[in-house]
Write a protein that binds this ligand. Structure first.
Ligand code: SAH
Length: 348
C-alpha cells in the first residue's frame, strides 16, 4: 500500500510518471493503494471544479465514413452497417430539445463523411451558433486540412475532439489502414490548437496490441500537447470488424488511467465515457469517482442511435433512453455530484 501511495503522491507533485511507476499502477493488486490513487484524483478534480459535473449533448449526425480503422464499427469496409445521416433540420431539433434540457455544449460527432463538405459543416455550425449564442459547439469529425479547421472555427465552432488513438507509431499502424498516419493525426491536433480551439485528444484503453510502453507514450504525448480535454474509454470489440474476437479493455485499467491523467493534468476536462458505462452498469459513476468531470449523454434521435455502432452493446440506444439527461442527473446526485447548466469551459 505504501508503495502505491508514494507513487500517486509523486505523480501529483511532479505532474509526471515514470514507465516503472505506470507499470506498477497498472499491474498492482493493492486495492487500498488504488483506492488512494482514485481519491487523490477525485480531490484534485474537486480543487479545480468542485462537485460540478459538466454535460455535453452528443449528436451523432452521420455514420458514413471514408476511413477504415480496424477497431471501428462504422469503418467503410463494414457493409453490414446501416448508414444514415441527419438533415440540418434534424440536427437543429436535437439542439432545440437539448437546450431545453439544460445542455450548453453540443458535440457534433460523425464519421468522415464526404457528403458533409466544408460548406455544409459551416452551414450547420453557423446555424447553431446563431440560435444558441450562449452554447459551445464541439466538432468531432476527424482529420481535415488546417484551412477546413479554420473555416469551421470562423463559422463558430469552439472545440474539437480528435483522439490521437495511440502515440506509438507501430501501434498506430496496427490499428489503422496504411493510408493513415500518426504524424498526420498529431499534426491535426497541433493545427487545431494553433487556430484557437479547445482541443481534446485521447485513446482507447486495452486496444489490441497496446502495452505499458505505448500507454507511457500516450501520457507523454498528452503532457506535450497539453490539451483542454482528454477522452479515454475501454476498447470494446465490434462484431463486424477485424478486431471482433479481440479482448475488451477493462474498467479497472480505465479507472486507473483516468486518475493518472487527472493527476498529471489537474485542470483537464475529462469525460467518463459511454464506453465505460457499457462495460459496467456503474462505469460512468466510477469514472467520476476516479477524477473525471464530464459526461456526454446522447442527444441523437433514438431512431439512429443503434446505427452509430462503433462497438457492441452500446448503452442508451433503446426507447426508454430518450431521456438521458434526468437519468444522468440522478446518477450523479447519487455519488454526491451535481450536473450543472453551463458551457463548462476549461478552467484557465
Ligand atoms: N471520425 C471521428 C470520430 C470517431 S468516433 C474521428 O476520427 O475522430 C470517436 C471515438 O470512438 C474514436 O476516436 C475511437 O477512439 C472510439 N472508438 C471507435 N471504435 C471503438 C471501439 N470498438 N471501442 C471503443 N471505442 C471506439
Amino acid at each position: 500500500m505504501e508503495k502505491i501511495i508514494r507513487i500517486a503522491d509523486r505523480i501529483k507533485e511532479t505532474r509526471n510518471i515514470t514507465p516503472n511507476e505506470l507499470e506498477e499502477l497498472l499491474t498492482t493488486d493493492d486495492e487500498q493503494g488504488i483506492e488512494y490513487l482514485h481519491s487523490l484524483a477525485r480531490t484534485t478534480a474537486h480543487e479545480v471544479y468542485g462537485n460540478a459535473v459538466y454535460i455535453r449533448g452528443l449528436i451523432e449526425f452521420t455514420n458514413y465514413c471514408r476511413n477504415d480503422c480496424l477497431y471501428c464499427g462504422i469503418r467503410r469496409s463494414n457493409t453490414n452497417a446501416d448508414r444514415y445521416r441527419l438533415s440540418t433540420e434534424q440536427i437543429m431539433e436535437c439542439c432545440r430539445s437539448g437546450y431545453e434540457l439544460g445542455f450548453r455544449t453540443f458535440v457534433l460527432q460523425g464519421g468522415e463523411d464526404p457528403y458533409f463538405t466544408d460548406e455544409r459543416i459551416c452551414a450547420v455550425v453557423s446555424g447553431i451558433r446563431e440560435k444558441y449564442s450562449d452554447c459551445a459547439i464541439t466538432l468531432s469529425i476527424g482529420e481535415k486540412t488546417k484551412e477546413s479547421y479554420q473555416k469551421y472555427f470562423d463559422a463558430g465552432a469552439n472545440r474539437y475532439l480528435l483522439r490521437h488513438e495511440t502515440a506509438d507509431d507501430e501501434h498506430y499502424r496496427r490499428l489503422h489502414p496504411r493510408e493513415m498516419s500518426l504524424s498526420n493525426r498529431k499534426q491535426c491536433l497541433w493545427n487545431l490548437k494553433e487556430i484557437g480551439y479547445q482541443v481534446g485528444c485521447g485513446f482507447m484503453v486495452g486496444s489490441p496490441y497496446q502495452t505499458v510502453k505505448t500507454l507511457y507514450s500516450d501520457i507523454q504525448f498528452i503532457r506535450e500537447l497539453n490539451p483542454h480535454m482528454v477522452g479515454i474509454g475501454p476498447f470494446i470489440p465490434q462484431h463486424d470488424t477485424p478486431f471482433a474476437k479481440m479482448k475488451a479493455g477493462t474498467m479497472e485499467e480505465t479507472l486507473r488511467l483516468l486518475s493518472v491523467i487527472r493527476l498529471i493534468c489537474p485542470r483537464v476536462l475529462l469525460p467518463s465515457t459511454t464506453a465505460l458505462g457499457t462495460i459496467h452498469p456503474q462505469g460512468r459513476e466510477k469514472g467520476i469517482l476516479s477524477g473525471a468531470n464530464v459526461v456526454m449523454p446522447n442527444l441523437s434521435p433514438v431512431s439512429v442511435r443503434k446505427k452509430y455502432e462503433l462497438y457492441d452493446n452500446k448503452i442508451c440506444t433503446g426507447d426508454e433512453a430518450a431521456e438521458c439527461r434526468s437519468c444522468m442527473e440522478r446518477r450523479m446526485e447519487e455519488i454526491g455530484c451535481h450536473v450543472v447548466i453551463s458551457r463548462g469551459d476549461y478552467a484557465e
